[in-house]
Design a protein around this ligand. Structure first.
Ligand code: ADP
Ligand code: ASP
Ligand code: MG
Length: 837
């Protein structure tokens, strides 16, 4: 037997990853990026093909020939099209097309014969085995076509089983031997074997399937036989999730799972893994990665022998629907040894596998769940077994309740953590879900409950919610409350904020930056990016390097970054928007993924009414919060004051004030006699302005803040250009910056006259924003020197609240309203407020 220099990597592509030629091409690319290592590929049938072939088998039996012909022809077209796209019209393509044609002609013949015969599992297996065989052949040819040495190896040459059709169990010894013999020489000569999943050889060398989803098992069997270094199962999900995402929309990726936990999930019905896929790996140190086909650089979920430090006693949950509960009751069972043993022996002999057993401590009854389809068989075999006891009335009877679901709550950390079961039951009770039976294994790895199938989805969402927020152990906080922060925008404010965050010292709160996103991409670490690493990222960013170009940076749009991040089990995630961009779409997405929002970015809330309303509505519908203190007056408590006034029963009728450091500075200089052009240059030199000072001089920034305040007061509507006075005349708007600056002296005279006119009236020029529930006015005003606004100089902000209570003597807030330090402080306050600290 040849020995390999490196252990191989077994890849399995699931059905969803093989939808069409484009998907197959991507799968081929994935293998190409791993070309440096010995590789084995297992493929499922193309998406939906197994179901379609099963339908062929059933239709054949029922005899609707037109429907049957249409089904077969659709399947043939799908395969032929994929083959033609991938292989072109050369020899490889032609060979494949005629192979496909033959396979379907043979299928037609089989279908014809079926009309006169009863459908058996043996024939069904024969029919559906085509799906995997075809996709594996197409895949192998495409891989070969991409320049990689490839060899198709049929499953019956490597996977051996007991030959139970439809549900074959692998024969490890025979498989180990055959796989080694068939595959090692291929791998040793640098070629990639491609094997159809799901199929096995019976002792008579017929084909028997390993049960639905069986390709996962093919992969683990081969990995075992070849002593693989690891297994990648490529699927349509970002990894193994805390629950089935179709049932629990905010299910999250678990980055690492112990193989016993994964086995438990698979066994109790999590569709993502074949129930017996982990058995071949018992005792072998071969990690499995459940990986997203859409994102080949991601490691997805690692399933291994490693025990992750137990932050979460409960890791995941799953449900098997279509279960029936069988109850054996009777007074005569009391203290009679062996009833349980005989019950399960009887079921075993009928190959009925029981998924949950619970025995009342009085031993008055035993109840267990089995798949609905087997319930009648199970009952009959028990009635036979206990014939004697029943006739003597020691056993009352055997009762079957269909329409049940078994939920399993799984996690190694449950062992020794008190209150987990209580948490499960109180979550269910709150949801009005009736628990029909319960069982907790002595390993405490799993708590199972039986509920009505109709309640299964609600039950899962309830349990998921109850354990997600690290409120484990029945409600008390066992760890410091963790909050995970995603920074959208990593410029100056982001850098200051990350320093501030690292200095927060609260024993009950742990703030972690999980990700930073910029316009190029993102850096993400579900365990939190250390403050040292953040500092080094910040240093690189300052040098002009985008995140995507940094080590572990990933190129992505904000939306892509968020959907990646949202896939992980982040605790109390908060998205902090520090950009100045139109981020409404990304924010919507963050809200739907269960994140709270903290905004320093004004744009989304100052966008069109429909857009900002939509954000608030989504937040409300999802029970999320949006805090945005830093959008107006940086760190000054303006929004907070507004809310406090309203909460205490006051009504705010008008807010007015100075909201721009740049305009405040320029106009107070001009009022002091400094030429406008010089004041603008000085504001630039002091760092008050945006890179192009016209962004501030146009008044738009103030107008956005005014709109946000007005909307707080109930203003419905848009910002109208006419309500905003720009200090940049029309002719100067489109000039290049340099030219604007060199020609800005032309503006000096006009401003000199305006300042003089104001002075004559004992007034000074200020750029004032005034909002009421029905109006917004933003522009230059001559304010009397006696007014509080006149006293403000330089870049400070001032806001005046006129309310029912504060009428004659309004409430005034003054202080620095710009700058990275104060803005970051405002953002931090919002984060702490969300944390409830
Ligand atoms: P494959 O393409 O490899 O056959 P499957 O379709 O069998 O993959 O498994 C992936 C599907 O399993 C997902 O699309 C998802 O809907 C479902 N699923 C159920 N429970 C989970 C879970 N806990 N984690 C991830 N996916 C799950
Ligand atoms: N194609 C088979 C199924 O749909 C096996 C698999 O996908 O793993 O169940
Ligand atoms: Mg599957």
């Amino acid at each position: 037997m040849p020995r390999l220099r490196r252990a191989p990597h077994v890849h399995k592509f699931g059905g969803a990853s093989l939808a069409d030629s484009a998907a197959i091409r991507r799968a081929v690319d994935i293998i190409r990026t791993h070309r440096g290592e010995p590789t084995v590929v297992v493929v499922s049938a193309m998406a939906g093909v197994t179901d379609a072939l099963l339908e062929v088998a059933h239709q054949a039996g029922s005899g609707d020939e037109r429907a049957l012909a249409a089904l077969i022809s659709q399947l043939r077209t799908r395969h032929s099209e994929a083959a033609r796209d991938l292989l072109g019209s050369g020899r490889a393509g032609d060979t494949m097309l005629s192979h496909i044609a033959e396979a379907f002609e043979e299928l037609e013949v089989v279908a014809l014969k079926l009309r006169r015969r009863e459908l058996t599992s043996r024939i069904t297996d024969h029919v559906i085995s085509r799906g995997e065989r075809l996709s594996a052949r197409i895949f192998a040819a495409a891989l070969q076509g991409s320049g990689i040495k490839t060899e198709y190896v049929d499953a019956v040459e490597v996977i051996h089983s007991d030959g139970v059709f439809g549900q074959a169990s692998p024969d490890f010894v025979a498989t180990d031997r055959a796989a080694e013999r068939a595959l090692l020489p291929i791998i040793a000569r640098g070629a990639v074997p491609v094997i159809p999943g799901f199929l096995s050889a019976t002792p008579n060398n017929e084909v028997a399937t390993l049960g639905r989803g069986g390709s996962d098992l093919t992969a683990t069997l081969l990995a075992r036989a070849l002593g693989a270094q690891r297994i990648s199962l490529w699927k349509d999900v970002p990894g193994l999730l805390t629950a089935d995402p179709r049932v629990v929309p905010d299910a999250r990726v678990i980055s690492q799972l112990h193989s016993r936990e994964a086995a438990e999930l698979a066994y109790y019905g999590a569709k993502v893994l074949h129930p017996r896929a982990l058995i071949p790996l018992a005792g072998r140190k071969i990690p499995i990665h459940v990986r997203p086909f859409d994102e080949p650089s991601s490691e997805g979920t690692e399933v291994s022998e490693q025990v992750a430090p137990g932050r979460f006693p409960v890791k995941a949950l799953t449900a098997a629907v279509g279960q029936a509960l069988i109850t054996v009751t009777g007074n005569g069972m009391l203290g009679v040894p062996g009833i349980a043993a005989r019950t399960f022996h009887a079921l075993h002999t009928h190959r009925i596998s029981v998924s949950l057993i619970s025995q009342a401590s009085s031993e008055h009854s035993i109840c267990f769940s089995v798949p609905e389809a087997l319930a009648i068989d199970a009952r009959d075999s028990l009635l036979r077994e206990f014939q004697g006891e029943i006739s003597r009335r020691e056993i009352d009877g055997v009762e079957v309740t269909p329409g049940m679901a078994t939920l399993a709550v799984v996690g190694l950390g449950m062992h020794g953590t008190p209150g987990v079961a209580a948490g499960v039951f109180s979550a269910l009770a709150k949801g009005g879900v009736n628990v029909v039976a319960i069982a907790q294994g002595s390993s405490e790895l799993n708590i199972s409950v039986v509920v009505a199938a109709a309640d299964a989805a609600e039950a899962q969402r309830r349990i998921h919610a109850a354990f997600q927020l690290s409120r484990i152990a029945g409600g008390s906080v066992v760890q410091p409350e963790r909050m995970e922060i995603v920074l959208l925008g990593f410029g100056q404010i982001g850098r200051v904020l990350s320093t501030l965050l690292s200095r927060v010292e609260r024993p009950a709160l742990s703030l972690n930056v999980a990700a930073v996103i910029d316009s190029s991409g993102f850096v993400f670490d579900p365990d939190g990016i250390s403050s040292r690493r953040l500092a080094s990222l910040a240093a690189q960013k300052r040098k002009g390097k985008p995140l995507a170009k940094l080590p572990s940076g990933v190129a992505a749009t904000a939306e892509e970054a968020l959907s990646h991040i949202a896939g992980y089990a982040l605790t109390r995630p908060v998205l902090v928007d520090l950009t100045a961009d139109d981020t409404a779409a990304a924010l919507e997405q963050a809200l739907t993924h269960g994140m709270d929002l903290v905004l320093a970015n004004k744009r989304p809330l100052a966008d069109r009414q429909a857009i900002s309303n939509a954000l608030w509505q989504t937040a409300k519908a999802r029970g999320r919060r949006i805090l945005h203190e830093a959008t107006v007056g940086a760190g000054l408590p303006i929004i907070d004051t507004y809310h406090k006034l309203v909460e205490s029963g006051d009504r705010v009728n008008r807010i007015e004030g100075l909201l721009s450091g740049t305009l405040g500075y320029v106009l107070s200089e001009v009022s002091d006699g400094v030429p406008f052009s010089r004041a603008v240059r000085a504001a630039m030199a002091r760092g008050y302005t945006e890179p192009d000072p016209r962004d501030d001089l146009s008044g738009m920034d103030v107008a956005r803040k005014a709109l946000i305040l007005a909307r707080l007061l109930g203003y419905q509507g848009e910002l109208t250009q006419s309500g905003v006075e720009s200090l940049v005349p029309k002719w100067a708007r489109a000039l290049p910056l340099k030219e604007f600056l060199s020609r800005s002296e032309e503006l000096d005279d006009g401003w000199k006259r305006r300042a003089a006119a104001a002075a004559a009236e004992k007034s000074v020029l200020r750029y004032v924003a005034a909002v009421t529930p029905s109006s917004i006015v933003v522009g230059v005003q001559a304010v009397p020197v006696t007014s509080p606004l006149a006293a403000i100089r330089g870049s400070d902000n001032q806001l005046v609240f006129v309310t029912d209570r504060y009428k004659a003597n309004p409430l005034v807030i003054t202080g620095p309203g710009a700058g990275a330090e104060v803005t970051a402080a405002g953002v931090l306050n919002d984060i702490l407020r969300l944390a409830g600290a």
